[in-house]
Design a protein around this ligand. Structure first.
Ligand code: ADP
Ligand code: MG
Length: 348
C-alpha cells in the first residue's frame, strides 16, 4: 500500500455500525470501538411539533421517568424498525457524534451497518438512506449473525460449520454459517427485554409490587441467573417499587432462586431456538458444531448460567465470546477492514 493510500485510509472515517435493538456500537476503521450507547431516542412534543430531545445514554436515563410531553422511544425494539423516522434521526445523530467537531473528512466515509436478520427490504433501504443522508459515500449491510461470528473469530470463510447464538435486547438470532454464507438462520423474539418483562410480572404476581423495566434490567444484571443456585436460594436483592394494594412506594427482598424461576420461560425459548437450529442443520455441518461448539454473543450471553443451561440441554461445548456486547461491532469492523470478508457485504 502506498504512503498516500495508507494516509487516505488513516484519515478517513469509514465506520462499522452495529444497529442493535438495545445498543448501537460504532467502530471506526483503524481505531476500533468509539461509541457504545443505548438505541434510545427521547422525543419532545411541543404544540404538536416533535423534536429530538436526547439520544443514547441521555435518552435511556429518561426511560420510565418522562413527563407526558416527552417520549423515550426504542425505534428497533423488537428487531424490526417500529419507527423509521426516529431510527433515521438516531443513526444520523451517532454518525455525526463520531465525526465530532473535526474538520471535514478527506472523503465521505464508507459505512457498513449490521442489521437484524429479520429486517425487511423496505427497512434495509430506509437504514441505507439514513446513512447516505448523513454523508456516507457508500453503504453496505451485513447480517447480524455473520458479523457476530466474524467478531467471535469463527472460521466463516471456510467449509466448516459454525453455530452462533446472538442474544440481544429484542431478539435472539441463531445461525449456522459456512463458506461466507448463512446455512440456517432463525430469529426468536426473545432476548434481554423479555427477561426484564418476566421479572416485572413475577414481582407483580408474587409480591404485589409494580417495578419499572429499568429496575428489572438492573436486577437481571446484578443477580439474574438462568439456573436455580446450588445452595438453594442464592443471593438476595432489595427492590423498590409501588405497592399494588395500597399504592405507596415500598421495598421487598427477592432471591436468585426466584429470579431463576422468573427467567425460566425466556431461557426456555432461547434453548428451543437452538434445538430447532440443530435439528435443521445438515449432518456434515452438525458434525463440525460438535467439534467447534456453539458460540454465544450479545448482552444476553452475559446472563449467569445461560451457557451452562445450553451445555446441559444440547450436550455440546458452549463458549461465550470474549466481549459479547461489542462482538458484533468488532465483526462488522473486520468486515469493513479486511478484504477477505468483502463477499459477506450486501449493497442493500
Ligand atoms: P442488541 O444487539 O439487541 O442491541 P445487546 O447485545 O447490546 O443487544 O444486548 C443488550 C441486552 O443484554 C439487554 O437486554 C441487556 O439488559 C442485556 N445484558 C447486558 N449485560 C447483561 C448481564 N450482565 N446479564 C444479563 N443480561 C445483560
Ligand atoms: Mg446485537
Amino acid at each position: 500500500m502506498s504512503f498516500f493510500s495508507r494516509f487516505m485510509k488513516f484519515t478517513s472515517s469509514d465506520m462499522a455500525i452495529d444497529l442493535g435493538t438495545a445498543n448501537t456500537v460504532v467502530y471506526v476503521r483503524d481505531r476500533g470501538v468509539v461509541l457504545n450507547e443505548p438505541s434510545v431516542v427521547a422525543i419532545e412534543t411541543i404544540k404538536g411539533e416533535k423534536r429530538v430531545r436526547a439520544v443514547g445514554n441521555d435518552a435511556k436515563m429518561m426511560m420510565g421517568k418522562t413527563p407526558d410531553t416527552i417520549q423515550a422511544i426504542r425505534p428497533l425494539r423488537d428487531g424490526v424498525i417500529a419507527d423509521i423516522d426516529v431510527a433515521e434521526q438516531m443513526i444520523k445523530h451517532f454518525i455525526h457524534k463520531v465525526h465530532g467537531g473535526k474538520a471535514r473528512p478527506w472523503r465521505f466515509p464508507e459505512i457498513v451497518i449490521c442489521v437484524p436478520s429479520g429486517s425487511t427490504s423496505v427497512e434495509r433501504r430506509a437504514i441505507r438512506d439514513a446513512a447516505s443522508n448523513a454523508g456516507a459515500s457508500q453503504v453496505w449491510l451485513i447480517e447480524e449473525p455473520m458479523a457476530a461470528a466474524i467478531g467471535a473469530g469463527m472460521p466463516v470463510t471456510e467449509p466448516i460449520g459454525s453455530m452462533v447464538v446472538d442474544i440481544g435486547g429484542g431478539t435472539t438470532e441463531v445461525a449456522v454459517l459456512s463458506l461466507r454464507g448463512l446455512a440456517y438462520t432463525t430469529s426468536v423474539r426473545v432476548g434481554g427485554d423479555k427477561m426484564d418483562e418476566s421479572i416485572v410480572s413475577f414481582v407483580r404476581r408474587n409480591h404485589n409490587l409494580l417495578i419499572g423495566e429499568s429496575t428489572a434490567e438492573r436486577i437481571k444484571k446484578e443477580v439474574g441467573t438462568a439456573r436455580v443456585p446450588a445452595d438453594g436460594e442464592g443471593r438476595t436483592i432489595h427492590v423498590k417499587g409501588r405497592d399494588l394494594v395500597n399504592g405507596v412506594p415500598k421495598e421487598i427482598a427477592i432471591t436468585q432462586a426466584q429470579i431463576a424461576e422468573a427467567l425460566s420461560e425466556p431461557v426456555g425459548s432461547i434453548v428451543e431456538g437452538v434445538r430447532m437450529a440443530l435439528e435443521n442443520t445438515a449432518p456434515e455441518l452438525a458434525a463440525d458444531i460438535v467439534d467447534q461448539g456453539i458460540v454465544m454473543t450479545g448482552g444476553g450471553a452475559l446472563l449467569d448460567g445461560l451457557d451452562d443451561v445450553l451445555r446441559e440441554e444440547t450436550g455440546l461445548p458452549v463458549i461465550v465470546a470474549e466481549d459479547p456486547l461489542t462482538c458484533v461491532a468488532l465483526g462488522t469492523g473486520r468486515a469493513l477492514e479486511d478484504d477477505a470478508f468483502r463477499g459477506v457485504l450486501q449493497s442493500a
